[in-house]
Design a protein around this ligand. Structure first.
Ligand code: GLC
Length: 716
């Protein structure tokens, strides 16, 4: 029925109605009372009420009651009764907020990512949302870019697993099912590689680099049936993605077989003029529709200029019909023609948002996302100790991270998490002023630090809750300096002089330059922005109720001058061997290795690796290792498999993650972990962009992180 119904509908629609269906406007356009003359953006965008009643979708409007009303009003006006799609940025939770995706990447657990998406889908669909602009799958290597927080990290294999898991969590098996929403993988493609880590800046990567590193995670989303793809702001090979026919129509649609909807990013059709590849709105409309972009988000080149192009025979009507058909098919898959409100339900919304089950899920995923970077034995803390907490994140609830809304009253702060962990035990706090004060140096650091030291002098252990301002992460949040603010560093230095153990807990949306405080910390916990249950999850780790299992999804630089630093790099012709040779690829003033490498993280257990071997078993090649938990603390270990293609027709990374297994070991327990090495694992994109296996020598590596590995070289 659907196919014929949609074909008939497209035939009946006028060209104006089709082009409006291909346009997405913000909700204020739909809130406007008809009698009010459209001013402001509507005037600038040269659209009128006639057009608005045919626009196909809106974004970032929330709430069951509001969206039911908006849909009702819209359907009264729309001549064909085609419902709006309500799209929104539900990135790491709707009301129950989960850790930022970069932190969830550190869980190395796709199921955790899937769970977060499932909960977000349940809550947002009850609130009337039909589709989320997530998961973001941009591979990242530069923490100066504020949007690293939205990415699963620096590795294509891990990113692919986490991205596919999120799509499955959002969409389930049937979009019509209650509690499921369509997903939109973004930002296609290569948005995570802006020069200088400066948002929206030029991206200039080779096609080989694009294929090897940046495309896999988007493809993983397509392969599991993501319903929409969003093009990115940046250029790729000198053409903006949104107007890039080779990228969208040839790679995404023809090569990968994606037949879903492609949406531009916010005004990125209009921005092709600013990039300088479109002379006017007509050219922008022609290029982006020809590239295969179906929906123009928040610019109006399509509705203002495409009709003339078609009438003048410069743009085939078939391309417009194709685009409209895909949009209507998506609405049909969501069941919107039968039920334009889908799961919008005010009562259900109240019942689901922040419910106990969802908070428990958020707490569990948050604990899995915490990475223990240093521990001189002070952790886990014993109950009964007098605890001092100092710093801007001691009592702050502003730990949701970007794309998470502003209402933080339901968030558990670190102070609250620790208090509920050790009721009745003395907990003192100091220098808890909001980060702004810490950063802007509004107060005289000397006074406040001296005061803090006096206040906390009688504590048995001190927790320094530090980090970056939550408003310093996300879109448009690029930074050239990555150290903690001077006030915070000074606070740590002075507190350490009290002679008590100091545990530094870092709240950030990116790897920060933490080397200056590392020597003053007896333990260092990377707590990211963990969302609603942040304080409880951190307390679970600090007191050992959760044995930390997080492993870094992105390298931590020694210093910002070292960026980009990432594990899966090429070897160069003059690799440094760590000595002070001059004429090799190294800095005079900094090691080549990051401060903490991809895959790194400590546990309270002591996992001992032994018996590593690589064996041929007939056609099969099996790499195996034995791991013993040489402690009495049960824990989870992420055993990582890396491979290096020693010589091939193009250079290959020094190592690439090709697998990992998470094992649980009771105290004293041992297990053997095996990986089958398949030829598929060894394939890569050659110079002619063929995906090939080339026989030769390979280094097979297994280890607890990307640096601490055991190696065997074999011929395959
Ligand atoms: C923004 C972001 C994109 C987001 C969209 C809608 O500019 O780049 O990630 O989904 O606009 O809010």
């Amino acid at each position: 029925m659907a196919k014929e119904f949609i074909e008939k509908l497209v035939k009946e629609m006028t060209i104006e109605e089709k082009l409006a269906q291909m346009t997405q406007l913000s909700p204020d356009f739909f809130d406007t009372d008809e009698s009010v003359d459209l001013t402001g953006p509507a005037k600038e965008m040269n659209i009128d009420t006639d057009c608005i009643k045919n626009v196909g979708s809106t974004l970032n409007a929330f709430g069951a009651e509001k969206l039911i009303k908006m849909q009702e009003k819209y359907l009264k006006e729309n001549p064909h009764k085609i419902p709006l799609i309500f799209m929104a940025d539900v990135i790491h939770g709707y009301k129950t907020i989960f850790p930022i995706p970069l932190a969830m990447g550190c869980s190395f657990n796709p199921d955790a990512c899937k769970k977060a998406a499932e909960v977000a889908a349940k809550e947002s669909s009850a609130a009337g949302i039909h589709l989320t602009f997530a998961p973001m799958a941009d591979l990242v290597r530069d923490p100066r870019w504020g949007r690293v927080m939205e990415s699963p990290g620096e590795d294509p294999y891990l990113n692919s697993l986490m991205t596919a898991a999120a799509v499955k969590g959002f969409q389930g098996e049937d979009l019509k099912e209650n509690g499921k929403i369509a997903a939109c993988v973004k930002h296609f493609a290569g948005y995570g590689a802006p020069e200088g880590g400066r948002d929206y800046n030029t991206v200039d990567i080779s096609t080989g680099m694009l294929y090897e590193f940046y495309l896999p995670a988007y493809k993983a989303a397509v392969d599991v049936g993501v319903k929409m793809v969003m093009t990115s702001f940046n250029i790729l090979d000198r053409i903006p993605s949104t107007a890039n026919k080779k990228l969208v129509r040839e790679i995404l649609r023809e090569k990968w077989g994606f037949d879903g909807v492609v949406i531009s990013d916010f005004n990125s059709v209009g921005e092709t003029l600013i990039h300088g590849v479109s002379e006017n709105g007509e050219e922008a409309a022609a290029k982006c529709i020809e590239a295969g972009v179906d929906i123009e988000m928040m610019s109006t080149c399509y509705i203002n200029f495409a009709k003339k192009l078609i009438e003048e025979g410069k743009l085939p009507m078939e391309l417009v019909d194709e685009a409209v058909t895909r949009i209507l098919e998506l609405k049909d898959e969501l069941g919107l023609f039968e039920n334009p409100y889908k799961d919008a339900n005010p009562e259900k919304e109240k019942e689901l948002l922040l419910c106990k089950e969802h908070r428990e899920a958020a707490r569990d995923v948050a604990a899995q996302s915490i990475v223990l970077l240093k521990n001189d034995g002070v952790l886990p803390l014993k109950k009964g100790l007098k605890v001092g907490i100092a710093g801007p994140f001691a009592t702050s609830r502003n730990v949701l991270g970007g794309w998470a809304g502003k209402d933080i009253e339901n968030v558990v702060s670190l102070y609250e998490g620790i208090s509920s962990k050790i009721p009745g035990t003395m907990i003192k706090t100091a220098m808890t002023s909001e980060l702004g004060a810490m950063q802007e140096g509004i107060f005289d650091v000397e006074d406040r630090v001296d005061e803090a030291c006096e206040q906390l002098a009688d504590c048995d252990v001190i927790i320094a809750a530090v980090g970056e301002s939550p408003s310093d992460v996300g879109e448009g949040a690029s930074k050239a300096y990555l150290r903690l603010s001077p006030n915070q560093e000074k606070m740590i230095f002075e507190l350490k002089k009290l002679g008590k153990p100091v545990i530094v807990v870092v709240f950030s949306g990116r790897p920060m330059e933490i080397k200056p405080v590392l020597g003053h910390a007896d333990a260092l916990v990377q707590a990211w922005f963990l969302g609603t249950e942040s304080g409880n999850a951190i307390a679970d780790v600090l007191f050992g109720d959760y044995n930390p299992s997080g492993r870094l999804s992105m390298s931590f630089p020694q210093t910002v001058g070292q960026i980009p630093v990432y594990y899966n790099c090429y070897g160069t012709g003059r690799p440094s061997d760590g000595t002070l040779q001059r004429y090799v690829s190294r800095y005079l003033d900094c090691p080549n290795e990051p401060l903490f490498c991809f895959g790194y993280g400590l546990s309270y257990s002591n996992f001992v690796y032994s018996g590593f071997k690589v064996e041929k078993d007939g056609e099969k090649i099996i790499a195996s290792v034995s791991i013993e938990n040489n402690s009495d603390i049960p824990g989870k270990e992420t055993v990582q498999l890396y491979i290096r293609d020693v010589a091939s027709s193009v250079v290959r990374p020094l190592k690439e993650l090709k697998g990992f297994q998470q094992i649980w070991l009771e105290g004293g327990e041992s297990k053997t972990v095996s990986f089958e090495i398949t030829k598929d694992m060894l394939k890569f994109w050659n110079y002619d962009l063929e995906y090939v296996f080339e026989p030769g020598e390979f280094d097979i590596m297994i280890g607890r992180n990307s640096e601490d590995v055991m190696v065997e070289r074999i011929k395959i």
